[in-house]
Design a protein around this ligand. Structure first.
Ligand SMILES: [Mn+2]
Length: 340
């Protein structure tokens, strides 16, 4: 008996994707090939299963695989909205996960930075899957080495600009709430050109970062937020970091430090889509801890956010986005209904 489909159903985005079933597909992002190098690819996904810096509930080491599993469903059909197959415009590879020797945690920031630098050196766009939010620090270091100081666009419930206690022997503190104060101190990001969106925790000192807290974000449309981001970042190279806890816990229960009153996926995806003309040089999605979410909502949202970035690159390389037209009523309202 042969395995594999006899004929590919026509609704699949490509015959290649249709060669496996959605529910038992290989666990790579969007069922992309897994390769050892990003050489010659437009975009590389790198999993960073690190959660030793978590202050509350651990488990984000399982994030990359959960996002891969959730993404199989996204690869099946053409993109919505847009109506195109981004994988026919953007070559994507899934590099698997960085090997992290957890017995020597103080070496891990360097390990992550080196792995990221290797990918960036190939010219591929690096999209990293966490892991807890600490991983953004070595990722910013790797990107800043190529692009210089960047504007950080951070979607998050927390600012993560708390100050570390005095260093123990000069070691980097493994804390997922202090890495952006360090990134500012080290000149990796420019606080005045950076913006934190969806914030709903208080800091007395924002360290010069712009904050669009979620009360403001809720009152703004996605294009309004994107316009503000464009003005604030002012043409600088942009690094986007999405802490999945930017979403309301209704949409992202599977995370280490959920805070209520958050963004909706609709608002977040719309904002990312409207940020189309920024010079985005790096992207990470962090803090997906799937074991707190048996329904898999969190990983599905995270995978969809990552997919949006692939679609963004596809539009930049010629994919034409389509939309369903808004229906125009052609039936006359009956006099009885109008009077009622
Ligand atoms: Mn957070």
């Amino acid at each position: 008996m042969s395995v594999g489909p006899q004929s590919a159903p026509s609704y699949f985005s490509s015959p290649l994707i249709a060669s496996e079933q959605t529910f038992s597909a290989a666990r790579t992002f969007l069922r992309a090939p897994r390769t050892a190098s990003a050489e010659g690819m437009n975009l590389a996904v790198l999993g960073i299963p690190f959660d030793l810096a978590t202050s509350n509930r651990p488990g984000a080491r399982f994030g990359p695989d959960a996002m891969r599993a959730a993404s199989a469903q996204l690869a099946e059909l053409k993109a919505y909205p847009g109506g195109f197959d981004p994988l026919s415009f953007v070559s994507v590879t899934d590099l698997g996960d960085v090997f992290l020797d957890y017995g020597y945690p103080q070496h891990l920031p360097d390990t992550i930075e080196k792995a990221a630098a290797d990918v960036i050196a190939t010219g591929a766009f690096l999209m990293s899957f966490g892991g807890d939010h600490f991983i953004s620090y070595p990722l910013l270091k790797a990107h800043a080495a190529k692009y210089g100081p960047m504007a950080l666009v951070q979607f998050d419930a927390h600012t993560d600009t708390w100050r570390s206690p005095p260093a123990h022997g000069g070691a980097v503190e493994l804390n997922h709430g202090t890495m952006f104060s360090r990134a500012i101190d080290e000149g990796l990001i420019m606080p005045e050109r950076s913006v934190q969106i969806g914030i709903r925790t208080w800091v007395d000192d924002a360290l010069g970062m712009n904050i669009v807290d979620n009360v403001h974000a809720d009152a703004m449309s996605a294009p309004e937020i994107a316009n503000l981001v464009r003005e604030l970042t002012g043409g600088a190279p942009v690094y986007v970091t999405v802490d999945i806890d930017c979403l309301d816990p209704a949409y992202a229960p599977g995370t280490g430090t959920p805070v209520t009153g958050g963004l909706t996926p609709l608002k977040l995806l719309g904002t990312l889509r409207a940020m189309s003309n920024l010079d985005i040089v790096g992207f990470d999605i962090v803090e997906v801890a799937p074991s707190y979410d048996p329904a898999g909502i969190t990983a599905l949202n995270a995978a969809t956010i990552a997919y949006e970035q692939v679609c963004r690159l596809a539009r930049k390389t010629g994919a034409e986005a389509r939309r369903y037209p808004l229906p125009r009523p052609t039936v006359q309202t009956s006099p009885t209904t109008a009077a009622a």
